[in-house]
Structures are given as C-alpha cells and as structure tokens.
Design a protein around this ligand. Structure first.
Ligand SMILES: Nc1ncnc2c1ncn2[C@@H]1O[C@H](COP(=O)(O)OP(=O)(O)OP(=O)(O)O)[C@@H](O)[C@H]1O
Ligand SMILES: [Mg+2]
Length: 332
C-alpha cells in the first residue's frame, strides 16, 4: 500500500488526518473527537481553542500517544503515531492540564527524576534542570517543595518538566488556566522565548481568546469534536465582516423598543440585547452610525455610551457557533 504519510513534508511537526475518538460506556457512546485534521509547521506556536468538552484534551492525549485513536493517522515529530509511539514520546514534551508535580517533592528532585525517566544520567538531568529553572525564572526554587510555589511558578515548573528531554515539540494543555492576568502574560513571554531561543514548536490548548490572539501564530477552533475554523488570528477576524457597535442606554427599560426600532433598519443586525446594553453588527460603522443615532432619537431612546470596534476572536466564535466562548474554565 502506498504510504502517503511517509512522503509528507518533514517541515511539519504534526500532521494528523481524520483523528477520531469515541468513548464507549454503559451510559452510551461519546464522540469526543470526530475526524480532525491538524498541521503544525516547525517553529510555529499553534493554539487549539475551544470551550469545555470540545475535545481539546482528548486530541492532545492522542497526539502524545497516551490514548489510542478510534480512527485516523498522524505523524508527530517525524514519527508515525501508531507504529512508532516510543520514538514519538522521545521527541515530544507534554504539559498536562492538571500538572504533574507532587506537592511534597522538591523542585530539583522532580526535575532530576523526570530526566531519569527519560533515560538521562543524573548529571545531565541536573544540568538541564538547572538551566531550565534559570530560563523559566525559577531561580532559588531548586530546594523547595513544589507545593510552596505560586500558581504561575508551578506552571513554569510543569513546562520545565516537559522540556527536560529537550524535545523539539511541546504540547501544553491549558498552560495558563487559573493564573492571574500578569502571570499569564509572563508565561506567554516564556513560551515565545522557548520558540525563539530553543526553536521549540508549541501546540497548546486554551479557552482564552485573548491568549490565542496574543500568543499564537495560528489557531484551530474546535467545537463538539470538530474543527470549525483555522487560520491566523488576523485571517479569522477578517472572516467576520463589518464592525461592532455597543450601545449603552440611559434607561434599561427602553432596551426592547430600541431593539425593535434598530431591527427595522436594513443594514443593522442586533446581535444581543441585555440589561442596558445592545450589541450591533453593521457593515461600516462610519456610514451607519448617523442612522443608528437618528433611529434611536426618533424612538425616544437616549444613550449613556457608545463604542465602535473591529471584530475580535470572540466575534469569530460567536459568528461560527451562535454562542460566545464564555464558559469559565474548570480550575486546575
Ligand atoms: N475517558 C472518558 N470517557 C468518557 N468520556 C470522556 C472521557 N474523556 C473525555 N470524555 C468526554 O469527551 C468530551 C471531550 O472531552 P475533553 O476532555 O477532550 O474536552 P476539553 O476540550 O479538553 O474540555 P476542557 O476545556 O473542559 O478541558 C467530553 O464530552 C468529555 O466528557
Ligand atoms: Mg481539557
């Protein structure tokens, strides 16, 4: 049989075709992942974005050989997922959603043990561990129990553990969930540095649209086990046409009549009406705004505020699914 996976471009770190996973139990079957195709080029930071239960972790566990797919094939870091799982494991790092440290173990011990599991000598494991600790801004934590680290420090230690075998490809499952905005931005900086200084290719999952936007070269959006969009953040945003206009009314009781009046104007789509807020989609805010204002004036509605903006990834998700990606992540 012609092996088409073997002739695929070696510049790809991940090439997956038709990946699927069905979980069967007495309660019935769950199709967690349905025919997913993924391409990740060498040196890219790719974000796998989707709401709770979309199939992100399941896909990641398949790509990291922890879970056998029900269907599909993949080449990961140059090796066939089904035929060469050991070779794949040697060439990848994995930062699981819930981390992998034990609270009592010392930071240095965890790193050395992890290196030993990968077949490194104690000296090599310690050398690499110390260099990662310093690169990830964890200086001074070597002798500390991992349970005493802050959330952001612990996540950086998880990344160090994932890198101890010096993999060219790192998978991260929600690296920043539960972190405050400052620690999150700090971690993004570290992830970019890994790519820039070590040439590590990164595939990460996230719930956070702004994270995908700020950090990722490319994004795959998954929902109900299916990839519903892919592209650079800019491409995805360009796919959503027009401008967004957010109106804040003086009187929340008038939101119904404002909605009705605006709904009669051909170029205006009312996306949402909640409390004293109305969200509109218009082809071009510059030309439609005067009409918005005169329509509201005729309807006797006064405004407390108005904001015009270009579409965000939130709007991309909303236009693709009819829902917002607002469900809160499950705390790690
Ligand atoms: N071992 C399992 N047995 C049965 N169903 C499972 C199993 N693991 C996952 N699922 C189901 O598969 C679907 C996808 O789960 P998955 O963990 O991949 O989602 P996720 O996108 O990572 O979500 P989250 O953002 O909450 O981490 C969910 O409906 C989940 O309940
Ligand atoms: Mg998950």
């Amino acid at each position: 049989m012609f092996d088409y996976m073997a002739m695929l471009n070696l510049d790809y770190m991940v090439q997956a075709r038709g990946l699927a996973k069905r979980f069967s139990s007495r309660g019935g079957a769950v199709d967690a992942v349905r025919s997913v195709d993924i391409d990740v080029s060498s040196g890219e930071i790719v974000g796998f974005l989707g709401p709770n239960g979309a199939g992100k972790t399941t896909t990641l566990r398949i790509l990291t050989t922890l879970l056998a797919p029900s269907a599909g094939d993949a080449t990961v870091a140059g090796h066939d997922l089904r035929r060469e799982p050991v070779a794949v494991r040697r060439r990848i790092g994995y930062v699981p959603q819930r981390g992998s440290t034990t609270p009592q173990a010392l930071v240095g011990e965890e790193l050395v043990d992890h290196g030993r599991l990968h077949g490194l000598s104690r000296t090599t494991a310690e050398d690499r561990g110390r260099s990662l600790i310093s690169q990830l801004d964890l200086d001074g934590t070597w002798e500390r129990p991992t349970g005493t680290l802050s959330g952001g420090q612990r996540r950086r230690l998880d990344i160090a553990l994932g890198l101890i075998n010096e993999p060219p490809l790192l998978f991260m499952d929600e690296p920043t969930t539960g972190l405050d905005p400052q620690s999150r931005a700090n971690l993004w900086q570290h992830i970019r540095e890994l790519r820039d200084t070590r040439g590590v290719t990164v595939f990460l999952t996230t719930h956070y649209l702004e994270e995908a936007d700020a950090l990722c070269d490319r994004i795959l959006v998954i929902d109900h086990g299916v990839i519903i969009a892919r592209g650079t953040p800019a491409e995805l945003k360009r796919g959503v046409s027009g401008d967004r206009v957010a109106l804040q009314l003086d009187d929340p009781d008038r939101v119904g009549s404002a909605r009705a009046a605006l709904g009669r104007v051909p170029d205006i789509t009312v996306l949402r009406a909640e409390g004293d807020l109305l969200d509109l989609s218009v082809p071009d805010a510059g030309t439609v705004l005067p009409q918005v204002l005169s329509t509201l004036q005729d309807a006797g509605v006064t405004l407390a505020g108005i904001e015009v903006r270009r579409p965000t990834l939130d709007d991309v998700f909303l236009s693709l699914t009819g829902r917002e990606l607002r469900d809160e992540p499950v705390a790690a």
